[in-house]
Design a protein around this ligand. Structure first.
Ligand SMILES: Cc1cc2nc3c(=O)[nH]c(=O)nc-3n(C[C@H](O)[C@H](O)[C@H](O)COP(=O)(O)OP(=O)(O)OC[C@H]3O[C@@H](n4cnc5c(N)ncnc54)[C@H](O)[C@@H]3O)c2cc1C
Length: 408
């Protein structure tokens, strides 16, 4: 447990493992880098910058991985398969290594190696592209036909499914607790945390400082805005039309009493992209997790209702009962409503502000970003400190104002 202190404020909890206390805190107001946003992208960026000896301020409006943040879910999938998109396969590989190393060093076992099972139906083109890329990137995997799937997973109904690709070493990250642990470790490395809402920066050329809603001013050489779905609110002129926050609902169904067939390794994490559903086995006894990956309506992350809709509830229930016959009539034991922070095609946005040379946009996780936090933080750090070559796909100029999803 790390205790943070700040003058003139009462002690309060900053989330899992973190406590924010009255009395001491730094009076430092000038840094090498200010990172705004303590979701997975901001936290890993701050951590990597601190590892490189930078004086970093991490500023967050609602607390690390809070319940409105995209990183605030209990669990997030880490998988290597991305169709033919080797860029993300390689980032997943690099990130997996870093996550594991980090969890080992911080003695926080927050990765479950459930395995990840891709399911393919009539159109097997994406499955073929996935297996080719996995082979090329030397990711271990197994290929199953329908008979093998039925033999290995008799608790699942494989209606409409013909093939499977199994990644045995992929699985699930305990998302919000991983971010809290990361922030804790970043603080140990010297990062200063500010529980503060940063106001929209104004002007052009070089930004000297940011101001918070409490009137505090913090200056730095460079500013990284890792604001997730809020990016369009902080930079409305440039990003309101380029970041598409969408409503996403997640359901957990109660496992039948005494039935162990729905926990790993009996059931892996799975994705069936043809119908856009995915799910996870029963992890930490929260139930069978199921979600629809299709984009919901456009939302405001501050005011979005976190209560699931009857329409999605019935759609997901029907799906669960079809795919997992033992769940007929099973109760919904938990739900989550979160937002994806989509770019036009699903590629990340990591680029400089067009009018402020020392201001960086970092976001656009687009429903698949969590796993990539470590590689992304390293990339941003290299861009800032080493002027490393930019990846063209992450540039602002590639971000259109209409959605046309291409990354799955
Ligand atoms: C339902 C759901 C399922 C998902 N499943 C997966 C998955 O299985 N695998 C996967 O890899 N990814 C998944 N994702 C995507 C992944 O969770 C996101 O891409 C990732 O968490 C984005 O992180 P972030 O740090 O960019 O944003 P966030 O976590 O939203 O963090 C942004 C932070 O910035 C703060 N902020 C914003 N404005 C300000 C301001 N002005 N001042 C101070 N602070 C500010 C916010 O409070 C917030 O904490 C999923 C997302 C959702 C919603």
């Amino acid at each position: 447990m790390v205790t943070l202190t700040r003058p003139g404020r009462k002690s309060f909890s900053l989330g899992y493992r973190l406590r924010y206390d009255a009395a001491t805190v730094s009076s430092q107001k000038s840094f090498d880098v200010v990172v705004v946003g303590a979701g997975v992208f901001g936290a890993w960026t701050a951590w990597h910058l601190a590892k490189r000896g930078q004086r970093v301020a991490l500023m967050e409006a609602y607390g690390p991985a809070h319940s409105r943040a995209s990183s605030g879910g209990e669990t997030r999938i880490i998988r290597m398969g991305y169709g033919a998109d080797e860029l993300y396969t390689r980032w997943s590989q690099q990130s997996m290594e870093q996550w594991k190393k980090f969890f080992e060093a911080s003695k926080a076992p927050l990765f479950h190696e459930t395995g990840v099972l891709w399911l393919g139906g009539d159109d097997d083109s994406q499955m073929r592209r996935t297996s080719a890329a996995l082979r090329h990137c030397k990711v271990p995997f197994e290929e199953y036909n329908r008979a093998t799937l039925e033999r290995k997973y008799p608790q699942v109904s494989f209606e409409d499914i013909k093939t499977g690709i199994f990644e045995p070493h992929s699985g699930v990250l305990m998302a919000r607790r991983a971010v809290a642990t990361l922030v804790e470790e970043a603080l140990r490395l010297g990062v200063q945390y500010y529980n503060a809402q940063v106001l929209k920066p104004a002007g052009s050329g070089r930004l000297e400082q940011v101001e918070t809603s409490q009137g505090e001013r913090i200056s730095a050489e460079q500013f990284v805005f890792a604001c997730g779905a809020w990016l369009g609110k902080v930079f409305p002129e440039v990003l309101a039309a380029r970041i598409f926050p969408t409503r996403q609902e997640v359901f957990f169904f109660g496992v039948p009493g005494g039935d162990t067939r729905f926990a790993a390794p009996a059931l892996p994490t799975w994705l069936f992209q043809e119908d856009l559903f995915y799910g996870m086995p029963d992890i930490e006894n929260r139930g069978l997790k199921i979600a629809y990956d299709g984009h919901g309506e456009r939302v405001d992350p501050d005011t979005l209702s976190r209560i699931v809709t009857p329409v999605m509830r019935e759609r997901v229930r029907a799906y669960v009962e079809r795919r997992f016959p033992a769940f007929k009539g099973a109760p919904i034991v938990e739900t989550r409503v979160c937002q994806y922070e989509n770019t036009s095609n699903g590629d990340f946005l990591i680029d400089q502000h067009p009018g402020m040379e020392n201001v960086w946009f970092v976001g656009g996780g687009s429903g698949h970003g969590f796993k990539h936090g470590p590689a992304l933080g390293e990339y941003v750090t290299a861009r800032l400190l080493d002027r490393a070559e930019p990846e063209p796909r992450f540039s602002l100029s590639t971000k259109a104002r209409t959605q046309n999803r291409a990354v799955f």
